[in-house]
Ligand binder design. Structure first.
Ligand code: ZN
Length: 298
């Protein structure tokens, strides 16, 4: 399943292709992905609009659309006062890759792929395509607040790569929690977008056992956890960036980027930090495989 670095990389790869492009038409080839898909509703929402921006929130991709370009809409807009114009409601496509979602931008004559689910026809005889073999992805039509945020994503916690994710913030969330620290890092209502692999790696790099009760994490450990969460995500984004440049299109289906995993999936192998004096152990936390070194992590 794509994690935050993969989604960030897809956003960065899509943006130069999509920003400034005008959507001429859209078609849904599947009746539903995770939720229902309706060509008419999508057409009503998107067609004739220019894509203003492509950005990420947690593991969602927000594709913001500009005002409609139809002559009647322009006339109606001209009749409004400047205040009304500036208050025009903003809107966006809210996209999720699910398990196997991927995007391509290609010429409109490019043969259709087996798992093509939705395609937007863009100016310049191009198509923006969403492929999804297992159909756990989603395409939703949403309004945006004046600040560009999406009401439906309000339940999500802070962004791990932004300023709000600090040791003080993390300690505040952990002080009353008995759950393992790794589960807290994966709690999307606390911090959005850290999945199982990166939570394991961050705990290893911070020297904190994943099963430690969150309330017993010290301030220096919280400082290290925040630092290592950020570092492992940034490294993964950097490796994804170099991977994706070699693609002809835009594709998020390559699985996890080749970030050097130091502990995840290495049960029974020598620990890379203590030089093989100990072997990596595996345990299940919150139903997910977790890996740690009993010597390097306290
Ligand atoms: Zn070790």
């Amino acid at each position: 399943m794509p994690e935050l670095p993969e989604v960030e990389t897809v956003c960065r790869a899509l943006k130069p292709h999509l920003a400034g492009s005008r959507i001429l038409d859209v078609a849904a080839l599947a009746g539903r992905l995770r939720g229902p898909l309706d060509t008419e509703q999508l057409r009503e929402f998107c067609a004739g609009r220019t894509i203003l921006d492509v950005r990420r929130r947690a593991k969602y991709i927000i594709v913001e659309l500009g005002p409609a370009h139809s002559p009647s809409a322009k006339k109606a807009a001209n009749r409004k006062s400047p205040i009304e114009k500036s208050a025009a409601p903003r809107r966006a496509l809210l996209l999720h890759l699910g398990m196997t979602g991927a995007f391509r931008v290609c010429g409109e004559d490019t043969p259709m792929e087996k798992h093509l689910r939705v395609f937007w026809t863009l100016d310049g005889r191009r198509q923006w395509r969403m492929l999804d073999a297992r159909k756990f992805g989603s395409v939703e039509c949403r309004g945006l607040r004046a600040d560009g945020s999406v009401v439906e994503l309000d339940h999500l916690g802070v962004e791990p790569l932004e300023g709000g994710f600090t040791a003080g913030f993390l300690l505040g969330k952990m002080c009353a929690r008995r759950c393992p620290v790794k589960c807290l890092l994966m709690d999307q209502a606390v911090v959005a977008g850290i999945g199982n692999i990166y939570a394991s790696e961050a705990c290893f790099r911070a020297g904190v056992r994943p099963q430690r009760p969150a309330a017993r994490v010290t301030r220096p450990e919280a400082v290290r956890l925040v630092r290592e969460c950020r570092a492992v995500l940034r490294e993964a984004i950097a490796s994804g960036g170099s991977t994706i440049r070699s693609f002809s299109g835009v594709d998020g289906s390559e699985g996890h980027f080749s970030v050097a995993l130091k502990v995840y999936g290495r049960a029974g192998e020598p620990c890379l930090r203590c030089g093989g004096a100990h072997t990596v152990r595996k345990l299940i936390l919150g139903g997910r495989s977790s890996f740690y070194c009993p010597a390097c992590q306290k």
